[in-house]
Write a protein that binds this ligand. Structure first.
Ligand SMILES: N[C@@H](CCC(=O)N[C@@H](CS)C(=O)NCC(=O)O)C(=O)O
Ligand SMILES: [Fe+2]
Length: 374
């Protein structure tokens, strides 16, 4: 099997999908938020169960879909421990192994582009992120970059792999797809045969423009790409959204629900409600469907039954999930079913720690709205 190599043209980012051909358990490296529908479609078409999302580093040029994939298909997020991505469930250290079926990848700490950057080794393939690019390497002029560290990572770690190892880069800006350790050792113009002083001079002289999206991308990627902007109490009107009626704050949702204008539907699983807590009176209708999947009869029927029970008819439906991701998918489906559906921003749990970083207040249970725990 060769890795599935996927491309995001807007950022020239490569995403890689690996899977065990027998168990169909899969792992994705550097997924991009703007490509999530494509990636979910591939998982579905290939019958894959995504166990892990991996980041090679906190990207400066695009936003990861890791947090969304965790919400939507139950993948676990893994990221290098030195990257400050505290939302990742697994904080990877040098030599850590991630298994999927009979397959495994090994994390190699390869600092330099950023201090935490990692490469991932699978069989005789290495996914180098922005440490080693084809005929190039990641820049070292921002995000704790260091030419000295990168020189060591390239010459000591990656060039220590067998020459036949296939190199799969994190980006290519010229349409090239793969290389080998042997070819890069021999002819990479930045590093092949260069002393540290020569390499440092090359890196210090690059003068590349700042990535256009860096100010937006880095903060989002430090939270696995989950953004719930404008979820604050000040949102007194719904915010329009594509594919459903709009986004509302938990407070506005509570007002609509208690005044009888809306049905409140909790799309989390039974286990999530039992462990974390629930809103008494909300109707549980678990969302177990991926966006784009043609039909989910259980969800559709249960949702329609819940709405029909409520009076008056044709009222609004408010969708609540853990953090405000699955509820978007559910709101889109509810809209397809002819309902007037709203997504509740930040969901039930939404992380209140985000408040300090991004002006967030946390989800329903952090806002003084009624909820209970079993
Ligand atoms: N032009 C791109 C940024 C390109 C860029 O800086 N890429 C980084 C990787 S995140 C890099 O290390 N490039 C090395 C190079 O171009 O030599 C943008 O605005 O997003
Ligand atoms: Fe990068």
């Amino acid at each position: 099997m060769t890795p599935l190599q996927l491309f995001d043209p807007a950022s020239s980012t490569y995403t890689y999908l690996l899977f065990d051909e027998v168990t169909r358990e899969a792992l994705i490296i550097d997924p991009v938020d703007q490509q999530i529908e494509r990636d979910l479609a591939i998982l579905r078409e290939q019958g894959l169960k995504l166990l892990w999302t991996l980041e090679t580093h906190a990207h400066a040029d695009h936003i990861t879909s890791a947090g969304q994939l965790a919400e939507l298909v139950g993948a676990r997020t893994a990221a290098p421990s030195g990257c400050g991505i505290h939302t990742a469930a697994m904080q990877l250290k040098q030599g850590d192994i991630l298994r999927f079926g009979q397959e495994q990848v090994t994390a190699l700490h390869t600092p330099g582009h950023t201090a935490g950057s990692m490469s991932f080794l699978w069989r005789d393939h290495v996914f180098t992120g922005d440490t080693l690019l084809i005929n190039g390497c990641g820049r070292t002029d921002f995000q704790s970059g260091s030419p000295e560290a990168l020189y060591d990572s390239l010459t000591q770690v990656l060039f220590g792999l067998p020459n036949a190892t296939t190199v799969w880069p994190g980006h290519d800006y010229q349409g090239r797809t793969r290389s080998t350790i042997g070819a890069e050792k021999l002819s990479n113009p930045r590093i092949a045969g260069k002393s540290l002083a020569e390499f440092r001079a090359i890196m210090d002289g690059l003068n590349l423009p700042r990535p256009k999206r860096i100010d937006e991308a880095v903060p989002a990627n430090l939270h696995s790409g989950l953004r719930h902007d404008a979820g604050g109490a000040e949102l007194t009107h719904p915010r329009p959204a594509a594919g459903y009626a709009g986004d509302v704050s938990p407070e506005l949702a509570y007002r609509w629900w208690t005044s009888g204008e809306a049905v409140l539907v909790d799309v989390r699983t039974d286990a999530e409600r039992e462990w974390v807590g629930f809103v008494p009176g909300a109707v549980p209708v678990a969302w177990k469907q991926w966006p784009g999947m043609a039909m989910n009869p259980t969800f559709d029927t249960a949702l329609q039954a819940a709405v029909q029970l409520a009076e008056p008819k044709a009222m609004k439906v408010l969708l609540l999930c853990r953090s405000g991701v699955r509820s978007i998918a559910a709101a889109k489906r509810a809209t397809e079913l002819g309902l007037v559906a709203y997504n509740i921003l930040e969901g039930f749990e939404g992380d209140p720690d985000d408040h300090a970083h991004r002006g967030q207040q946390g989800g329903w249970r952090h806002r003084g709205l009624p909820w209970r725990q079993n």
